[in-house]
Structure formats: C-alpha cells, structure tokens
Ligand binder design. Structure first.
Ligand SMILES: *Cc1c(COP(=O)(O)O)cnc(C)c1O
Length: 229
C-alpha cells in the first residue's frame, strides 16, 4: 500500500520537476490537496506530512471538516459549484473560493463574510472550453464581472480558475491552458495585483504549470481514487 504521505511527496516532486522544466521557481506554485469525499483521517495524515492547503467541493461536507479539524494552520479552499442557499457556509468557513462565476453569489459572500475574518480570497471560474456541463463564465464576460467583484470590500480578487475539457490529446489540453494564460495576462493588465491562476489536476498538472498555473488542485494523485458521489 502506498501511503498518503508517499503520494504527497511524489505530487510535490512532480510540481517541482514541472516548474524546473519551464524555468519557474517551484515556490511560485501551491499544491492544493483536494480532499472532497475523503475522510478526516486522510486529511490529518496529509496535514501531519506538512500539507496545509486543502480543497473541498461541497459546502456542507467542507464546513463540517473545517469545524471538526478546527486547526488554524490549515487553509481551506472552496472549489466546487456554489448555490445561493449555501453561500453562508462558505463565507464563514473558507479562506478562498476558486469557483466564483456570478455577481449574485459574490454579493452574498461579501455580505455574509464575518468581520472578524480577512477578506475572502476569490478566483473567477472560466468555462474555457465553453462546455454545457461546466460552471464558469465565458471569457468575454470576464472584465465586467471582475470590475463588479473588485468593488466588494470583503472579497479580494486574486485571479482565475478553470477546469479544461478532459482530453488525452496533449496539444488540445495545452490550447485550453494557453487560452487561460492569455486571459490571465489580460486580467493582470486591468488589475495588476491579481496573482493566481488555478488550473491543473492529477492528470495534467505538468501542462498547467507550463502555462503559468500558480495553484494546482490535486485529488486522486494524493488521496487515491474517489468513490462516485
Ligand atoms: C475533484 C477536483 C479536482 C481534483 O481532481 P483529481 O483529478 O482527482 O486531481 C480539482 N479541481 C476541481 C474543481 C475538482 O472538482
């Protein structure tokens, strides 16, 4: 049996190798351990091995884990689809949201973010391959939404997130990441402080890093396969 600690080490190594290969400093890239559907024990093992950033997809499951583990060193990122009736759980329990794609949700998060907490760090999710089944906005909708979000005091716009269409064809995959990198550069022209490009998962983190990813979201490669939810 390969342990989570060993898998974490090899995921960290993959990130470092990929960074090195394209002349980037591995320190620019954060490995986010996606722990959705995984038990608390698994998260604790990863945390004991030094992993501090965790990603969750479901508001209730995530909020329960944050409360139960109750460890101020852990940094929780919400990366799943978010409905209006679940925003409070996210505003009160998470440090980051990667999957923001509607002003209505942004406004609610802003209203519900407790004053005692720092601003919620947010990325706008882009549906880069314009797939029916995926959340996220169209690239041409980005600037308008970014300006609206930037005006909300309890949110801090950090950058962009995408889940490109799954493809075994490396050059197709690269096209999606390259399109995200161009969009991110355009966003930075308008908002010079944005610094986060969240893309790349267990299967494609190397290409994502080649195109400027600063957070890679890795589940399976760290925690093993998930049961279908
Ligand atoms: C599940 C999930 C991941 C992790 O995917 P793996 O292929 O298991 O690494 C990353 N990002 C999002 C948004 C996810 O829902």
């Amino acid at each position: 049996m390969i342990t989570i600690t060993e898998r974490l080490k090899s995921a960290t190594h993959r990130v470092a190798k990929a960074a090195e290969k394209c002349g980037r400093d591995p320190k620019e890239i954060t490995l986010l351990a996606v722990s959705k559907t995984k038990p608390l024990d698994a998260i604790r093992e990863a945390a004991d091995a030094g992993q501090l950033c965790f990603g969750e997809n479901y508001p209730q499951e995530g909020a329960d884990k944050v409360a139960t583990l109750n460890d101020p060193l852990l940094q929780w990122h919400f990366i799943g689809p978010l409905q209006s009736n679940k925003t409070r759980m996210v505003a009160e329990n998470f440090y980051w949201v990667h999957s923001l794609d509607r002003y209505k949700i942004a406004k609610r998060l802003n209203e519900q973010r407790p004053d005692a907490l720092p601003p919620l760090q947010v990325c706008i999710q882009i549906n880069i391959d314009e797939e029916e089944s995926k959340s996220g906005i169209k690239p041409q909708e980005l600037m308008a939404l970014a300006h609206q979000i930037a005006a909300l005091p309890k949110l801090q716009l950090r950058g962009l997130m995408a889940i490109p269409r799954h493809s075994d064809n490396i050059s197709r995959q690269r096209q999606s990441f390259a399109a995200m990198q161009r969009l991110f550069n355009a966003l930075q022209q308008e908002f010079p402080h944005v610094d986060t490009l969240s893309m790349g998962m267990s299967g494609d983190l190397e290409s994502a890093i080649e195109y400027g990813a600063t957070i890679v979201r890795v589940g399976t490669a760290i925690f093993g396969a998930r049961e279908k939810k």
